[in-house]
Design a protein around this ligand. Structure first.
Ligand code: ADP
Length: 491
């Protein structure tokens, strides 16, 4: 192979252009991280209005003709340091609202066509439609890109290697079988070994069947999803392909998440200068109208959904308050959960403060000002908030699942004695176990010297992409070497 290894990543979001969750953070960070490994990553995104607004440059590259109901073309562009391919298909993407839902919160009725089109554009690039840039690997993220490996495999043409990454198995992208030909899928692919899933077309399932390699975002989640409890109906397929499945923990963007130079914070700090952190805590307390006592100020930054276990936290609140703790929450999601937390805050002014909506800067201030961050998720592929908490000196208190299990070292006696503890884990994911962890954290918080050791340990761990990128680089290289061997054997 000559020149750098070329990867086309295909995704529906990329930070800072468009983001609804951790997926965007990963897609936005991988290209920079892998450039350091001598690889060239370009990202294919739909051209949503939010993306168009942020483009630094864009030029037409390739006409794709009629695509899922209207004209489409590819643009080459750049924004925020990312080299981009943009799928311009105004009938699919040029509308107000989010990437998956309209302003009314309902899924776009044509999501099947919207993301099949994205995958079809990836197919074109993968098959060499651009003379000057042909990828060695097409890397599809989540169900929205799931058809890309399928289209490439089903083309029957020489194709690049393919990878599908699962960021969250809960979102699978299932659509009626009647769309098969409209989505340009051959009838022969509608089988249990193909795109068929419970009588429907499964986009993520297709990605899991047809990609050469599968990854997910932590080793523990990689194991969990091969079991019925976490496999969301796809555990059988994942067991079959377990030898192709790897877990690679997400990194964090250390330029965005750096408490020593964070424009959202009232004072800078790091592991050796914790005075600034105290100033951040005081400012947060004042901003939210809190009046915590000597017990920890617990923070939460989350989507309010069943997955995130905030209902367990709601049940544990009386204990948290009884032990003197206070709570600062930033969340958005299910109206019933919002209402319950709003009610709790009303009943305990000064001890519970809640803010609803999506507020990136307040999220930073909570990580910098809270003593501990609660992540009671029922399942968590990787989780980023516990990593931000570690970086910002807030002890994560996490359910022992998925990436939470892989990234937080529990403050048990042995870990404390060795000075390796960074937070608190609890299992099983129940109110009782959460209350126990809150109690352990509150007790350790009183012992300031030991608390500082735990805090500093978390802050100084390497959590950036530099530590993670080699695992992706190895995966791509292995995959290509494997294909080389395969084609040599066929010759
Ligand atoms: P998920 O992707 O399942 O929501 P992650 O922990 O992987 O969970 O990523 C969540 C990301 O979204 C983090 O960057 C977190 O800080 C951010 N986030 C979640 N809720 C909010 C909110 N209400 N306001 C601001 N940022 C939020």
């Amino acid at each position: 192979m000559s020149g750098p290894l070329r990867v086309l990543q295909v995704a529906s979001e990329a930070f800072p252009l468009i983001k609804t969750g951790g997926l965007a953070d990963v897609v936005g960070a991988l290209p920079g991280a892998l450039a350091a490994e001598g690889m060239e990553i370009r990202t294919l995104l739909p051209l949503y209005p939010a993306v168009r607004q942020r483009l630094e440059r864009a030029e037409p590259l390739l006409e794709l003709g009629e695509l899922m109901g209207g004209p489409a073309r590819l643009l080459a562009g750049a924004a925020a340091g990312l080299a981009l391919f943009l799928l311009e298909a105004d009938h699919l993407y040029d509308r107000p609202g989010g990437p998956y839902q309209g302003p009314d919160g309902a899924d776009w009725p044509d999501n099947a066509q919207r993301f099949a089109a994205l995958a079809w554009a990836a197919r074109a690039l993968g098959l060499g439609a651009l003379a000057g840039w042909r990828p060695d690997v097409v890397h599809a993220h989540d169900w929205q890109a799931g058809l890309a490996p399928a289209y490439l495999a089903l083309s029957g043409l020489p194709r690049p290697a393919t990878v599908t990454t699962i960021h969250n198995l809960a979102f699978q992208g299932q659509f009626p079988a009647s769309l098969l030909s409209e989505l340009r899928l051959p009838a022969s692919a509608f089988t249990i070994d193909g795109v068929e899933y419970w009588g429907a077309i499964g986009f993520l399932k297709a990605g899991l069947v047809y990609a050469d390699r599968l990854t997910t975002v932590s080793p523990t989640y990689a194991r969990e999803i091969t079991t019925p409890a976490f496999g969301m109906g796809l555990d059988g397929l994942l067991r079959l392909r377990a030898d192709r499945l790897t877990g690679i923990v997400n990194g964090i963007d250390e330029r965005v998440w750096n408490p020593a130079a964070d424009p959202a914070l009232p004072a800078p700090f790091d592991a050796d200068r914790l005075e600034g952190r105290e100033a951040c805590r005081q400012a947060l307390v004042a901003e939210l109208g809190l009046d915590p006592g000597a017990a920890p100020l617990f923070g939460v930054v989350t989507r309010l959904t069943w997955q995130k276990g905030t209902d367990l936290l709601l049940e544990a609140l009386p204990h948290l308050l009884a032990s003197g703790g206070a709570l600062a929450m930033l969340g958005s999601g299910e109206p019933a959960l919002e209402a319950a937390f709003r009610e709790a805050a009303r009943g305990h002014p000064g001890r519970i403060a809640v803010r609803f909506g999506y507020d990136e800067r307040l999220a930073h201030r909570i990580f910098a000002g809270a003593d501990a961050i609660l992540v009671p998720s029922r399942f968590e592929p990787c989780g980023l908030t516990q990593l931000y908490a570690l970086r910002y000196g807030a002890a994560p208190i996490v359910a022992r699942v998925g990436g939470l299990a892989d990234t937080v070292i529990d403050a048990n006696e042995a870990a404390l004695a060795d000075g390796v503890a960074t937070g608190f884990q609890f299992a099983p994911v129940t109110v009782e176990a959460l209350i126990d962890a809150l109690g352990r954290a509150t007790a350790l918080f009183r012992d300031r010297a030991r608390w500082r050791v735990l805090q500093r340990r978390g802050m100084t761990r390497s959590l950036g992409w530099k530590a993670r990128a080699p695992a992706y680089a190895r995966l791509y290289r292995e995959l290509l070497a494997e294909r080389e061997r395969g084609s040599a054997a066929r010759r």
